[in-house]
Ligand binder design. Structure first.
Ligand SMILES: [Mg+2]
Length: 367
């Protein structure tokens, strides 16, 4: 094969591996989703079922590439995936990684459609494009995600006000566009509050903050300490006093022991890493400030959100299409705080576990 006269065409394939030790972000974006969302009657300004379908597709990507992707952030019809700087996935080839993520995401989106939209048949094949951007350090990575979350806020505030003017205020879309032209954010808050009695800050966190997915501790308390530490102490003491009288043998013994200790440490590290990436959390929280990114001491994560939303919960919720008209958002948010498990699980984005954020950044910047 390699020796055929046609083999030279391989020389046209250019290498596209990304340099080592830098963070890779792959951002996927819905293609023509304006039309797609209209033809499937997505709720305005936000359709929680559509957003949950995006989240579920992203969870599938993260589970499929566990160990390679540490964080993802999604809003509207886009999702960004952060790959570890040490990842060797596809030898760090840009095109392979990007296309694989786009493909995983898109197929999961189609595969799960019926669970999230049981009463709405899929009318056309959705598609997503993707791009990879390389970021050199943690600060730029944080700034990248801050940029996306700031974008979420700006778009959501605009859309919420726009659709309030149209759906509740009776304006045409053109009139609403004109009304909002040149308004700053304070004015939009004011329109919402004065005209429609909507307190923007009390709307769903998923709409205002987007969705952050992060691998985190399975059982943080198992990291370090415990029996392993005691064993280490014992072997340290043992190593201190010579065991063998022959100096040469003793030297060899110490060498073997050191090797064994190093092996043990490596094993322990692997175990810790496994624990650190054990549970996939779904969050609707602020990722611009420090709270999310600051590692917690060694506190166990109390409740872990399920990696996947139970289909039964979604079916019951979607039968009413997760009514999310602007008017009752505040009411349901209030209800959710006193709601039982059924209420929160049928509206997974209201799960209190999704709003606990402190110290999760510890998992994000693993090599
Ligand atoms: Mg798009």
């Amino acid at each position: 094969m390699a020796g055929t006269k046609f083999a030279y065409v391989r020389n046209f394939e250019l290498p596209d591996s990304v340099i080592p030790s830098v963070y890779l972000v792959v951002r996927i974006d819905g293609k023509g989703f304006h039309k797609f969302s209209a033809s499937h009657s997505f709720l305005k300004p936000n359709d929680p079922a559509a957003l949950e379908l995006m989240n579920e597709s992203a969870r599938y990507v993260m589970a499929s590439l566990k160990g390679h992707i540490s964080l993802a952030f999604g809003e509207s019809d886009e999702y960004s995936f952060l790959l570890r700087k040490s990842t060797t996935l596809y030898n760090r080839r840009n095109s392979k990684i990007t296309t694989h993520i786009v493909s995983l995401f898109t197929s999961a989106y189609v595969f799960n459609w019926n669970r999230f939209f049981p009463d709405t048949p899929l009318k056309m094949p959705p598609s997503f494009d993707g791009r990879m951007v390389v970021y050199p350090n943690e600060q730029v990575v944080r700034d990248y995600f801050s940029w996306r979350q700031a974008d979420t806020h700006i778009n959501n505030l605009y859309n919420t006000t726009f659709w309030a003017l149209v759906l509740q205020g009776g304006l045409t879309e053109q009139e609403a566009t004109k009304r909002l032209e040149g308004t700053v954010s304070a004015e939009k808050h004011e329109i919402l509050h004065e005209q429609f009695g909507i307190n923007y800050d009390r709307l769903e966190a998923m709409f205002r903050k987007g969705t952050t997915l992060v691998w985190t501790h399975a059982q943080a308390q198992t990291i370090g300490g415990g029996i392993d530490a005691e064993e280490d102490d014992a072997s340290d003491a043992e190593q201190a006093k010579p065991v063998l009288t022959n100096a040469k043998d003793e030297k060899l013994r110490i060498k073997i022991q050191a090797k064994r200790a190093a092996k043990q440490a490596k094993k322990q590290e692997k175990k810790e890493r496994k624990n650190l990436t054990g549970v996939l959390r779904t969050l609707h929280c602020d990722i611009i400030g420090d709270e999310f990114w600051t590692p917690a001491a060694s506190e166990a994560v109390s409740t872990a959100a399920p990696a996947s939303v139970p289909a039964s919960a979604l079916t019951s919720a979607t039968s009413s299409r997760w009514e999310s008209s602007i008017g009752d958002s505040e009411k349901t948010a209030t209800e959710a705080t006193v709601a039982d498990g059924g209420m929160t699980s049928s509206r997974p984005w209201k799960d209190p576990a999704r709003l606990q954020v402190a110290g999760l950044g510890t998992s994000v910047f693993l090599d």
